[in-house]
Design a protein around this ligand. Structure first.
Ligand code: BGC
Length: 442
């Protein structure tokens, strides 16, 4: 993860490279069809063998010879770009608790000798956190998770929502080293990424009754706003754009509510960065065909900023947008003017303590942090759908071992916790600190 916080960092406001949009056809299958071959929610209908040409042939009859009933006229069907705004995904839903994080937390609590602290630690397992799909090998677990959510929904009679992070773009984390991913653009990474997305989509398609909220690709588009001077980011721009559009179109077909990552107040929130950023986010939204379920933007993912600070943390000076609410309230109208009427979710998982950084741009295992405001729909802003916990608190941001391949200097600064494991690996000392410093207290 890379979280740049400098005003001077606006090196380029380069629009992402243009790429042709693939045509959308109102049917599934047929000659030349490269999209999904299943009927999701009835929005896509087999009409003939030659999508877009109308010149049918019997040489490749496609999936079935009879017309699949078309219920796409139902205006709120997923997969359409037109129809009523599907709205905030959270009200009326219980947010599913990921057993993966719960097991990390229970093991961590069991390793704490102070019984009072262990009891507090265990409470964290009851707080909904996003599940990250940061490598393709984890994708099959989504099937069991959604099956579990479905069982919970049937058992309780209450609707259940599952929160995921899609995080595997090729040449990932282009401006930092700590979270380099498994796919490399020069090694067919974009095709592998699309296959990863297809696998996620195929699993979600099996559970149409479960609502899914997805954060799309932390850091990627924000890097396109401020870090085009970094060769790896400039080289990744076209793939990031194509990959992001691919993902939002695929998941929109399934009615997955999506929020693209929007950096945070100390990155995109600098006044000079807002307009260039809005252009890029709106470009993705428009070129993807204004997906109805691309609800907006997630901010402060894995970062430490307050939603509302009573006074500016000294590290934030001189940004007038010194907290996430100020950033969002400044950004939302600019995005809307650029054609993207975005709503927001905000990560507050590790934002319980302020005043812990000397440099706002420090993002790695910041010492003194505490768990923050619990997930809630009481956000105090019509622009903000939900306060959420996206980064699973206790998983590391990056190794402090300066000899490691993925060592990033940000993980070796004075304000970064020492003895840190690789990004994503469990960091027991850090978790205990988050528990001790939790605000509100656990
Ligand atoms: C890591 C991922 C991990 C995520 C959540 C990122 O910084 O690169 O591997 O899944 O954090 O902990």
């Amino acid at each position: 993860m890379f979280k740049l916080a400098t005003f001077a960092a606006l090196t380029a406001a380069v629009p992402l490279l243009a790429s042709a949009q693939s045509a959308t056809w109102g049917q599934c299958g047929g000659n030349g069809w490269s999209g999904f071959t299943r009927v999701y929610f009835g929005h896509c209908t087999y009409v003939n063998d030659w999508p877009g040409t109308g010149s049918g042939t019997t040489s490749n009859p496609g999936p079935g010879t009879t017309t699949v009933p078309d219920v796409s006229t139902t205006s709120d069907e997923p997969g359409t770009t037109e129809g009523p705004d599907p709205g905030n995904p959270y009200p009326g839903y219980d947010v599913w608790l990921t057993p993966y994080y719960a097991s990390e937390v229970s093991a961590a609590a069991a390793a704490i000798t102070d019984p009072a602290l262990a009891a507090k630690a265990l409470k964290v397992a009851e707080i909904p956190t996003f599940t990250w799909f940061d490598v393709v090998a984890k994708v099959p677990t989504l099937d069991a998770y959604l099956a579990d959510a479905k069982a919970q929904q049937e058992e309780t009679g209450r609707k259940v929502l599952v929160q995921i992070v899609v995080y595997n773009l090729p040449d990932r984390d282009c401006a930092a080293k700590a979270s380099h991913g498994e796919f490399i653009i020069a090694d067919g990474g974009l095709a592998k990424y699309k296959n990863y997305v297809d696998q996620i989509a195929a699993i979600i398609a099996k559970y149409p009754e479960i609502r899914v909220v997805a954060v799309i690709e932390p850091d990627s588009l924000a890097n396109m706003v401020t870090n085009m001077g970094v060769p790896k980011c400039a080289g990744a721009a076209a793939a990031y754009k194509e990959g992001t559009i691919y993902t939002v179109k695929a998941l929109n077909e399934l009615g997955v509510f999506m929020y693209m990552d929007g950096g945070h107040a100390g990155w995109i929130g600098w006044p000079a960065n807002l307009e260039p950023a809005a252009d890029i986010y709106a470009e993705i939204y428009n070129e993807a065909g204004k997906p109805r379920y691309l609800r907006g933007i997630a901010t402060n993912v894995s970062n430490y900023n307050a939603l509302r600070a009573s006074s500016p943390d000294p590290a934030t000076v001189p940004n007038p947008n010194y907290d996430e609410a100020r950033y969002i309230e400044a950004f939302a109208p600019i995005l809307a003017a650029a054609g993207f009427p975005a709503k927001f979710i905000v990560d507050q998982g590790r934002s319980g303590v302020q005043g812990i950084r000397t440099v706002w741009g420090h993002w790695c295992n910041v010492k003194g942090a505490g768990f923050g405001t619990r997930p809630t729909g009481e956000t105090g802003s019509a622009d903000i759908d939900q306060i959420v916990w996206i980064k699973p608190g206790g998983e590391g941001d990056g190794t402090s071992d300066s000899t490691a391949d993925r060592y990033d200097e940000s993980c070796g600064v004075d304000t970064a916790h020492e003895n840190a494991p690789e990004a994503g690996a469990w960091f027991q000392a850090y978790f205990e600190m988050l528990v001790k410093n939790a605000n509100p207290t656990l």
